[in-house]
Every structure is written in structure tokens, then in C-alpha cells.
Design a protein around this ligand. Structure first.
Ligand SMILES: NC(=O)C1=CN([C@@H]2O[C@H](COP(=O)(O)OP(=O)(O)OC[C@H]3O[C@@H](n4cnc5c(N)ncnc54)[C@H](OP(=O)(O)O)[C@@H]3O)[C@@H](O)[C@H]2O)[C@@H](O)CC1
Ligand SMILES: [K+]
Length: 511
């Protein structure tokens, strides 16, 4: 699914109105009705108090329309107009009149108004600012936002949390609604997915308001959200007459004294994600442990016992994952550099592999094209330097990726895969993934997909999604805290089954 800028959303809005021969207020009605249906579906007429805070633009207009539907269905609500400007939008005014026609009088809030009491079991609908926000809210509006944020009510934001800019801005935004849930129109907004801006909302969902799908398909976008349907189209089914050689022979290189577990996790994940064969290259100290606990793998060892000093793979591997538990010992760094000079096919590089590259940036030139680096935020900073904000981080990551011809998998709440031109946000996973070894498992999975013939971008997108999905499946049984890296491996099978299970056909084309 495409992520669009505010300008593109306004364009799609205009185009749709023209193509469908409707008025802008009909589109507002459609959008706000979706919000009402969402609420009504859950509340079923319950008399919980609903406070609808409306701005004076079209976001506020949505709140006006919602209020009318709440009235017509007998809900217990109060509408407020947050009167921050005299420049009211046409459709806001139209819908304000429609409310007045029904003898509903919103309460107008101004700088000197007393702020309304919001109770524990109340619901707040936040329709103050939408994607039209273009500056800091006035102080009194900031106070109102603070008042809502400190209230114990459940807060639902219309389109975006009010006060959150939809893209990079030059001013500091501190007054932002903290939304429990955002009901956003048509397309996800980039700011929902980035840590510094995504912290203003717990969850979000998209309400389809039938903006013209062909128009949206034709729009250029740099960022996408990975959905199940994208993965199903990448998936390469196994064929009847295939054998283990068909799915490649992957090699996992890493480990040092006390860190053999990391390699084992990666190796097991690689095999579980479908690689035909897996060999492990480890220092001598790993031999017994791996032979006895991981019988499916073949073990190659370094001449040194404690850490890797020279990497020799006596066959052509179909994919190689390297770095987990490797350490940054002097001889290991040399061995890593020499290995890069010989490497021909794309590698998956994690952990100390990334740390070595960050410290010895001359080695970046040796990276085979389309190699995949999987840094967590600290490793990323070591690799590309610090950034001013999340938008700057995206620019710098993309520039790095482009310059070195590599794919970056930026691990986090919405892991992002960048290939130098485009970025793909992942939608699976949960906070339980913040646990030792979960990155090793991810490296193994991506290596497993590369080994089976997926290209680097496909292997990264698929691997990250499956990793998160396996964790989601297990977390639904045991919660976040108890989830450990081995659980992810053990649930990869269920994740494949879940992903590939036929789903009822969708009515709408995805954009
Ligand atoms: N296609 C879709 O997705 C559909 C979208 N719809 C809805 O429309 C919403 C966008 O509406 P919108 O363009 O009227 O902007 P909105 O956010 O209401 O702001 C209003 C105005 O406030 C002003 N202003 C800005 N910042 C300010 C500040 N700090 N303090 C004071 N004033 C400030 C600024 O005007 P200015 O004063 O700069 O002229 C701005 O224009 C969208 O989020 C969705 O809810 C649906 O109805 C239909 C389909
Ligand atoms: K809003």
C-alpha cells in the first residue's frame, strides 16, 4: 500500500470529486460516515458521553458530520468548535448549519473559555486539526490539547492526531493529541510509522473512502506499507519434483567463545525458512555444541578455538549470513575483510559484521552488490552517523543504501527496508521482539530466503514480515514479555501457513 504526502492526498481528493461527479461535501459526508459507522459498530447505542472537538477546517467538518449522525442515532454527545480562526472552510460551515437546523448548538471554545470536564468513561473524538496543520497551535489551543491528553478518556483522532504535522516541518511540535486510536482516511501517513512521531498514537487503521484507485496507482511514492497480499505475490511455491538442492545451500558465519548460541539461532531460522541445506562456519569452540544440538546442520570450523581468524568455505554457497556473535577481534576483522574481497554473491550482514564495517568504512567498497545490512538503531548510527530527526534518518539511510548498492533493514517497531530509492515499512511484529537473539533469527530467515532464489529486496521484505508474524502468533499465546528468540523460529511454520491461507477475495483494489 502506498504512503502518500498531504499534497498527493489533496490531489486525489480533487480528482475523485471530479471523476465521481460529486461535491466536496459529499466526500466529507462519506468520510465522516465511516467514522460514525466505526463508532456505532462498537458502541451499539451505548450512552457513554462522547466529546467531539472540531476545528474550523475540513477535519472539523468531519467532526460536524459525525455529530449529526450521533444525534440522529440518539447518542449522548457534546460538540465543541475550537474557534482558532475565522477562516472556516466551506464544508465546515455547511455542516455547522446542518447541525443548527437540527437545533444542536455546539459549544464554541475560545482563548478565555473554561475547558470542559472530561470523565473517566467518556470518549473524546479529536477533529481539531487534520492534514492541513501548517504551524504551531496557539497557546490556548495547546492548553486544550494538554487538557485532553491529561483526561482519562479514550481518545479517537480523525485522520491524524491533532497537532501532528503529516510531514517534515521547520517548527517544533510539542502540542499534539495523544491518540489511543487514529481513524485515518484512505492511506497511512508516514508519521504514524516513525518512532518520534508515531509515539503520539497507540494504534491506527485506515478507512477506505473510495478515492479514485487508478489515480492513486499512478502517483509516485517513495514509501510503501507491506501487506499480506504483497507477500503472497512474492512467494515462490515449492514444486513437486524439487529436492533439497533446489532450495540452496546456505552458510551462516559467526560466533565466538560464549556466543555460539547466536549462530545456532540464525542457522535454525535459516533452515526453518526453507533453505535446503545449512552449513555453519564457527570457531572451534562451537563444534561440539552445534553438532549435538543442531543435527540438521553441517559444521565447518576455523583453525582457532575462540574466535574466527580465517574464513574458508570449500564450496559455493547459495547464500551467506555473517556477523552474529562474531566479535571484533583484530584477526576476525582481518578475516572479515579478506572474506569480503572474495565474496561474489550478496551477503546478509548483521551485528558485529555491521560494527566492523562501521569502523572500517573502506570495506564498504568490497560489499557485493545487493548485500543486505540489518542494523538496529545504534548500529545504524555507527554506520551512517547521527541524524537530526526521523526524516533526516530516512534520507541518510537511503543515500547510504544508494551509494553502496546495499539494502538496509532498519529494525524497530515498524522495521523499514530501504533500497536507495524506495522504503518498505513492515506491519507485523510486536514489542516482544525486543529480546536477545531476535536479530540473529531475522538474519537467518533472510539468508534462508536468499538461498531459495528470492532477490535481496524480496528476501528482506518477506523475511522481516514472516519474523514479525511468527512473533505475533506466539505473543497471542504467551504475551510479549515471555517471548524468546527460539519461539520465533518454532512459529515460522505457523507463520507460513497463516500467510498463505486463502483469504476471502477483497472488493477493493489495493493501491
Ligand atoms: N481526501 C481526504 O483524505 C479527505 C479529507 N477530509 C478531511 O479534511 C482534512 C484536511 O482539511 P483541511 O485541509 O481543511 O485542514 P485542517 O487540518 O482541517 O486545518 C484547517 C485549517 O487550519 C489552518 N491552520 C493550520 N494550522 C493551524 C494552526 N496551528 N493554528 C490555526 N490554524 C491553523 C489552516 O488554514 P490557514 O489558516 O493556514 O489558511 C488549515 O487549512 C483531513 O485531515 C480530513 O480530516 C475529509 O473531510 C474528506 C476527504
Ligand atoms: K484530528
Amino acid at each position: 500500500m502506498k504512503i502518500l504526502s498531504s499534497e498527493q492526498i489533496y490531489e486525489a481528493d480533487k480528482f475523485t470529486i471530479k471523476k465521481q461527479g460529486i461535491t466536496s461535501d459529499a466526500l466529507m459526508e462519506r468520510a465522516a460516515l465511516k467514522i460514525f459507522e466505526w463508532l456505532h459498530g462498537r458502541l451499539q447505542g451505548a450512552q457513554v458521553k462522547i466529546h467531539v472537538f472540531c476545528g474550523i477546517g475540513n477535519n472539523g467538518g468531519d467532526g460536524m458530520v459525525l455529530s449529526r449522525h450521533l444525534f440522529e442515532h440518539g447518542y449522548n454527545f457534546q460538540t465543541y468548535v475550537v474557534d482558532f480562526s475565522e477562516k472556516r472552510s466551506k464544508d465546515f460551515l455547511l455542516n455547522l448549519e446542518r447541525l443548527k437546523d437540527r437545533k444542536i448548538w455546539p459549544s464554541f471554545l475560545e482563548a478565555k473559555s473554561q475547558l470542559p470536564q472530561i470523565g473517566m468513561d467518556d470518549i473524546v473524538v479529536d477533529a481539531i486539526f487534520g492534514i492541513g496543520l501548517n504551524r504551531q497551535p496557539d497557546k490556548w489551543v495547546a492548553n486544550l490539547i494538554k487538557h485532553i491528553n491529561t483526561s482519562p478518556a479514550f481518545v479517537i483522532s480523525v485522520d491524524v492526531p491533532s497537532g501532528l504535522p503529516s510531514q517534515k516541518v521547520s517548527w517544533k511540535f510539542t502540542s499534539v493529541i495523544k491518540a489511543n486510536h487514529v481513524l485515518s482516511f484512505q492511506v497511512p501517513k508516514l508519521v504514524f510509522l516513525l518512532p518520534e512521531t508515531g509515539k503520539y498514537l497507540d494504534t491506527w487503521e485506515i478507512l477506505n473512502i473510495d478515492l479514485d484507485s487508478d489515480f492513486i496507482s499512478g502517483l509516485e511514492s517513495n514509501y510503501f506499507l507491506t501487506q499480506r497480499s504483497n507477500l503472497v505475490s512474492i512467494y515462490k511455491p515449492r514444486t513437486k519434483f524439487s529436492h533439497k538442492g533446489t532450495y540452496g545451500h546456505a552458510v551462516i558465519i559467526g560466533g565466538s567463545h560464549g556466543k555460539i548460541g547466536a549462530v545456532q539461532l540464525a542457522g535454525r531460522a535459516c533452515l526453518r525458512s526453507g533453505s535446503g541445506l545449512v552449513s555453519m562456519f564457527v570457531p572451534g569452540c562451537g563444534y561440539n555444541a552445534l553438532q549435538s544440538s543442531f543435527p540438521e546442520a553441517m559444521i565447518l570450523t576455523d583453525t582457532a578455538m575462540d574466535h574466527i581468524t580465517e574464513i574458508e568455505i570449500p564450496f559455493t554457497a547459495s547464500a551467506i549470513g555473517i556477523g552474529m556473535g562474531l566479535g571484533t577481534f583484530k584477526k576476525t576483522v582481518v578475516a572479515f575483510g579478506e572474506f569480503l574481497q572474495k565474496a561474489k554473491q550478496p551477503l546478509v550482514i548483521d551485528a558485529d559484521g555491521i560494527n566492523i564495517l562501521a569502523k572500517h568504512q573502506e570495506m564498504l567498497k568490497q560489499l557485493p552488490e545487493n548485500s543486505i545490512l540489518t542494523p538496529h538503531p545504534k548500529e545504524l548510527e555507527r554506520l551512517i552517523g547521527s541524524w537530526d530527526d526521523d526524516f533526516d534518518k530516512l534520507d541518510k539511510a537511503n543515500a547510504f543504501s544508494m551509494k553502496h548498492g546495499v539494502i538496509l533493514v532498519l529494525k524497530g517497531a515498524n522495521s523499514l527496508i530501504v533500497d536507495g530509492e524506495k522504503g518498505y515499512f513492515n506491519t507485523s511484529g510486536n514489542p516482544g521482539l525486543a529480546t536477545a537473539g531476535s536479530g540473529d533469527v531475522l538474519t537467518g530467515i533472510i539468508t534462508g530466503f536468499l538461498s531459495q532464489g528470492y532477490n535481496s529486496l524480496e528476501a528482506s521484505i518477506f523475511g522481516v514480515y514472516l519474523h514479525g508474524l511468527a512473533a505475533d502468533i506466539k505473543a497471542s499465546e504467551i504475551g510479549f514479555e515471555a517471548l524468546i528468540a527460539s519461539d520465533i523460529i518454532e512459529n515460522l511454520g505457523k507463520a507460513f501457513v497463516e500467510l498463505l491461507r486463502p483469504k476471502p477475495p477483497q472488493n477493493k483494489k489495493e493501491t
